[in-house]
Design a protein. Structure first.
Length: 458
């Protein structure tokens, strides 16, 4: 048995050092397959994790952190030579402070558990995404997760007041700040938010909660053109003010797939022939007033002709059914192997960029099919495509053709999913040589032996 594995067993106990079949039987993540690792460790608290990393540093042993394994860019995938560390046992909510609207949690707590606990406090943790039941807070922070309500509440970075992290030599940095204003020197937590576990391992976080909203209004709208979608966004922003919480756009191709008459499809609540569909949501604190305003704004839009059809759900079940259409990514499985993309750009550039990209791709793959949707309020576009093959060489060519031109319009190859290994070859489309060089300086300074999630990001 490997010497470091024996030492880890002495440190953690054999039950918390998984080997052999106990490793391979664990899912590698959303894309499927089995976990590959020298061992999977399950520390119980920060002190154990610190001791693990100190030992791995002494042995120059690479480690890969794993949360809920819901990521889409292979950022938590390990090899047989690497040790995987799961924070699944570090899943306690340590403190709830309703007065200061904070919650201190360990990194392994699932997002949905945090949301439910906040609701018990008559508050909310507004970060929300489809994988809420499995995705962990540590993973959300490591990837700077976005989701459905960024337009109002911002990304994970905006919802973290303080955190605790373990560095590559085992040092624990405890910066569990609980105040909104703190300009005492560098804001060190930013080193660990969105850096995908390459600079340090987040173990705890102080989360910023928001007042609970007792009023929620939702509508599915149909529009004829992308310019009208942009105009609708600006109109809703102006009319609803700070209460607009979601603005989700589905191109016709996506709506067709998600409401298809097959085992994957959801029931279409309106005609499937409109060019664009927009799911809007507002949250407020005065149910009657908010509902009246919401309905009046939509009535005005219908009268003006900019919105050509609308569905206003009358119950939570009907509201959930509309969101189920938006979230029905599984419907794309009918294409066979699929490629998923998560890009961002100035919203006025989106239509031209997508048209040009589709033309480039269809020249190479005439039978290519794709579907487009996204959080347009923050410029985040998701694309799901299929060419009938998942050949790695063809995938690389497809990626490269899709990403071309993003740099010229100020776009990004990753809006919210991170870089991992999947997008590493294309990071230069979003970051300059000088930016990449500075990232490497930070990595060398904080992880000189390159043991934390090596091979990810760059």
């Amino acid at each position: 048995m490997n010497n470091i594995v024996q030492q880890l067993q002495q440190l953690l106990g054999a039950d918390n050092v998984l080997l052999g079949d106990d490793v391979s039987s664990r899912s590698a993540g959303w894309k499927g397959g089995d976990t590959q690792a020298l061992a999977v460790l399950r520390p119980r608290h920060t002190e154990e994790l610190s001791a693990i990393i100190k030992l791995c540093s002494e042995h120059r042993q690479a480690v890969v952190l794993q949360g809920g394994k819901t990521g889409l860019v292979d950022g938590a995938v390990s090899s047989q030579q690497e040790i995987a560390i799961s924070l699944e046992r570090m899943n306690a909510i340590e403190e709830c402070d309703s007065t200061n609207r904070t919650m201190t949690v360990q990194a392994g707590v699932p997002l949905q558990v945090v949301q439910e606990k906040a609701a018990e406090m008559q508050l909310q943790f507004p970060l929300d995404l489809g994988a809420r039941g499995s995705a962990t807070i540590g993973g959300n922070i490591a990837t700077n997760a976005g989701g459905n309500r960024v337009i109002r509440y911002g990304m994970a970075r905006n919802l973290v007041l303080g955190l605790e992290a373990v560095l590559a030599d085992g040092t624990v940095i405890s910066s569990l700040n609980k105040v909104l204003k703190n300009n005492a020197g560098y804001d060190l937590k930013q080193l660990f938010i969105g850096t995908e576990g390459t600079l340090g391992i987040v173990t705890k976080a102080v989360l910023r909660l928001s007042p609970a909203m007792n009023s929620e209004n939702t509508a599915l709208l149909a529009l004829n053109s992308f310019n009208e979608v942009i105009a609708l966004l600006h109109h809703c922003d102006r009319e609803f003010g700070g209460s607009l919480s979601s603005f989700e756009v589905m191109w016709n191709n996506y709506f067709q797939f998600t409401t298809a008459d097959n085992s994957y499809g959801k029931t279409a609540p309106m005609s499937r022939d409109y060019p664009f569909y927009v799911l809007i949501e507002t949250q407020g604190t005065h149910q009657q007033r908010d509902e009246e305003q919401f309905q009046q704004v939509l009535a005005d839009l219908m009268e003006q002709g900019s919105v050509i059809d609308a569905i206003l759900p009358q119950s939570q079940g009907e509201r959930d059914a509309l969101w189920a259409i938006r979230d029905n990514i599984e419907a794309m499985n009918i294409l066979g192997p699929i490629f998923l993309y998560d890009i961002s750009m100035p919203i006025e550039q989106a239509a031209d960029y997508l048209t040009a990209a589709e033309q480039r791709l269809k020249q190479q793959w005439p039978d290519m099919q794709w579907a487009v949707f996204g959080h347009l309020g923050d410029g985040n576009i998701h694309i799901i495509a299929g060419i009938g093959s998942d050949d790695p060489e063809q995938r690389y060519q497809f990626d490269d053709l899709l990403y071309q031109g993003l740099d010229k319009i100020g776009g990004s190859v990753s809006a919210e999913h991170g870089i991992g290994t999947e997008k590493k070859p294309f990071l230069h489309y979003s970051r300059s040589p000088e930016e990449l060089a500075l990232m490497k300086v930070l990595k060398q300074a904080l992880d000189p032996q390159n043991i934390l999630n090596p091979g990810k990001v760059f």
